[in-house]
Design a protein around this ligand. Sequence first.
Ligand code: C5P
Length: 313
Amino acid sequence: MNISVSVRVPAKINLQLAVGPLRPDGYHDLVTVFHAVSLYDEVTVAPAGDGNDSVTVAGEGAPDVPADAGNLALRAVRALRSAVGEQGADWGGPVRVAITKRIPVAAGMAGGSADAAAALAACDELWQTRLGPAGLGRVAAQVGSDVPFSLLGGTAIGRGRGEQLTPAAAGPGQFHWVLAYAAGSLSTPLVYKTLDQLRADGEVPVAAAGLSEELMAALAAGDAARLGAALSNDLQAPALHLFPALRQTLAAGRALGALGGLVSGSGPACFFLARDAAHGAGLADALAATGACRAVTTAAGPAAGATVLPTVA
Ligand code: C5P
């Protein structure tokens, strides 16, 4: 029996994020195109004997992640336990969860959801739940709207509150992204609320946008220039309203020759599309030199979803 299980899990960006009206349950219906990129957190889960569940967090933004029962990874562990029920003496015991972060916290890149997905995949392996991908996806959806996609990875269309996934037809090759981290964070509920307010005030249109055919065609063709022109995010207007400095970040990336640039999810991270890896590296250096953001990195997509790593002997 493995004494611990480690899982690597990617960040996500939204290539399209069309937000519908507020639902009675407090969520918004979405049509979104999720895209996993090669920026990974790593989560290791080990049995904790007779103790309680616990979590430690290291790496990018670690002090901003709660290391208590409210941590999304521990919530995922509890959700998995109650989904499967007691299976035997060794089953579903307390665990120690160790998270190493590279995905920025509260940045719109699903860092918390990634850690929850990784904890689910790790406990699924540790406990051999045999829930299967669909069963695990259902538990993931209880934990958060983006958690099912963090499990799945690749590129996928998300509907409902984002949890209903359809994998997108994979085109040839990879896309090369430049990720710009902001000095600060944004609350996802506040960004959605601000969108509702801006719409109520008539400052932004109440879009009824469906899935962008142009974006899907660009993805299928692996055409970066077309994809760059087709990127869209309804949460960008409220994110800019709450965090006006992002306008400079977006303007700098575009002025430096990005094929497209957008706020990532609810922000405040931004992403830019490059022609190829070399263009991405140059763009990242030039963007960092402008000082228009806190930090810059490069990543490629699509990337695989939560993946159990081979056990190190
Ligand atoms: O599902 P999750 O807990 O990650 O969502 C966080 C918050 O983001 C929700 O409580 C809600 O305010 C907002 N949200 C939304 N519509 C969605 C997804 C999230 O309004 N489709």
